[in-house]
Write a protein that binds this ligand. Sequence first.
Ligand code: SF4
Length: 328
Amino acid sequence: MNQVIKSYAECVLSGGMLNRQQASELARAGHTDFEDLLYWADRIRRHYFGETVHLCSIVPGRLGGCSQDCAFCAQSVHYDTAVDKRPRLLTEEEIVSAAVQAKAGRVNHFGIVTSGRSVPEGELQRLERIIRRLREEIGIRICAALGILDEKAMRRLAAAGVERYNHNLETSERHFPNIVKTHRYHERVATIRAALNAGLKVCAGGIFGIGETLEDRIDMAMELRELGVDMVPLNFLHPIPGTPLGTMPTLAPREILQIVALYRFLLPQTHLKVAGGRVKNLRDLQSWIFRAGCTSIISGNYLTTAGRAVEEDKQMIADLGLRTSDYR
Ligand code: SF4
């Protein structure tokens, strides 16, 4: 048994938090003793979350035509991808029908995600109305990811019935300008703070396999810890032809599992949601994410790529002896 991993796990299990230097040591030790890293990450997951897994599904409220230039994204107008350069707004009925389907699949949360830097006032008003309808008629719990917004807009979303706001940091402050040039890292941090100040829960994480270093991964985890978000989505690059990262080699499944485990040690009581890139990058090792400390997944399709059917994911969860969290 690797003593470094064991001692840091015991620290975390007794309520302690690892610092940056300990995180680097842990990552190095976990690279050598992969099985030990997973064993302890799993212990930490079970200690803080038991055997339950949280499921969410997402719908693109507005797809494509995005003015921003995130180097991994199929929806940016800056790149020649298969996604139409004109934005497509889903109709109210299309969003309602996706929510009905999510409710039938008994997922825990339904997220409405829009492309673009932010949403204009008219679109915000339309979404407020739709969210009220989803809460009243379908009774599903709602998350929203509508880009950069201020506290006033966040309060309106909270009043309409949004429970959690999603806004990713994407990567560390140092690496961010290599990936996004059309907006700044501090704008993302300010949006997360605005959501928290408005009383919303926050889901914020990032994407890996975009040329970041180990230190970038640790820095992002530390920033998320400091911000106090309650759910951290971990995306893994699925290279999209036509984007600047379109030919980037994907991360190996073992490296992905090491990242999940590292985040479980660094954010022991925060939900970790394995999101984009799960199916493509982990292949047959998908079910190992729970052993690495994951507590949540996006089930169903992603925004521009296909995912897995909710029933298939539920079967995997049941086969592992885990269960989906209570549906409310
Ligand atoms: S990640 Fe979001 S903001 Fe960035 S290009 Fe894609 S849709 Fe636009």
